[in-house]
Design a protein around this ligand. Structure first.
Ligand SMILES: [Fe+2]
Length: 276
């Protein structure tokens, strides 16, 4: 059987790549050090498979067809379409159709109805953390794209249920695989709205406290109340909720948090690691 080896989470603001050479040096050092530590911890779990959860930024879906959640079941995924990611170091993004279909079947058998795609494009949301974590090589990826951009959204309760379902799918997969989960997005940011650029540090610290405490009811109640009042990018924290529940809601370890106005994002990084 497959085994769950840990969940990880990181922010993915596009300017972490686009403005890499022009941002102040101390910011570049912060990103380098922190993503490198995340990559070190990820590599330490020796994953054979990565389930990566990120919001789609109109790269795969638009208003004519906008699933709340879509599982990438393809043999291979398309690389990032953004011109500022032309130097993305991983030319080949292998999928894992066996696990992808198992996850899809497990979901449908449990009364979840995700969308599926045999050809997903992995945009900056998926690729910036993979690039900045300095991974020598990528394991096969089963991507899960969620709607974090256009309301209405999946409830936080449903995100928790999705996380538990991921764990169930991992533990029932009939193959010897070490499976890691990586969530990307958040924490607070505000894009293309009146509060553009605002970082809500109170929201970020509240999230960190609640993820660390591991009380799902308190986490869900807080997020349902607070998300409509913070910047629109905060909705991406749903990916963290899924990773949190996949790890058994056991409380996470914060690797770093820093509000970075140059990239418009309250940048957070975390690990829910299990013993190797
Ligand atoms: Fe995003």
């Amino acid at each position: 059987m497959a085994s769950f080896v840990g969940s990880f989470a990181a922010s993915h603001g596009p300017l972490i790549a686009r403005d890499w050479l022009t941002m102040p040096a101390h910011r570049r050092e912060h990103f380098t050090t922190t993503f490198r530590e995340l990559g070190r911890r990820f590599t330490e779990t020796r994953p054979d498979l990565l389930i990566e959860i990120a919001p789609d930024h109109w790269s795969n879906f638009f208003l004519d067809n906008l699933p709340s959640i879509c599982i990438g079941v393809g043999e291979e995924h398309e690389g990032p379409p953004e011109p500022f990611l032309k130097d993305f170091p991983h030319q080949h993004l292998a999928g894992h159709p066996g696990f992808g279909m198992h996850l899809l079947e497990t979901a449908l058998a449990s009364d979840f109805e995700p969308s599926r795609s045999h050809h997903l494009t992995l945009d900056h949301g998926f690729c910036i953390p993979l690039m900045r974590m300095e991974l020598a090589q990528l394991p096969p990826i089963v991507p899960i794209a969620i709607n974090g951009i256009e309301p209405p959204f999946m409830s936080i309760r449903r995100c928790l249920a999705w996380g538990r379902l991921l764990r169930q799918a991992i533990e029932t997969y009939p193959g010897k695989l070490r499976v890691a989960v990586l969530a990307t997005g958040g924490l607070s940011h505000s894009i293309g709205e009146a509060t553009m650029g605002a970082i809500d540090e109170k929201f970020d610290h509240d999230c960190i406290r609640l993820f660390a405490a591991g009380d799902d009811n308190a986490l869900a109640a807080y997020l349902e109340d607070a998300l409509p009042r913070t910047g629109n990018g905060g909705h991406e924290v749903r990916t963290w909720v899924i990773a949190h529940a996949a790890a058994g809601s056991r409380g996470f370890e914060l690797i770093a948090y820093e509000p970075v106005p140059e990239v418009y994002v309250g940048c957070g990084y975390a690990a829910w690691q299990v013993a190797a």
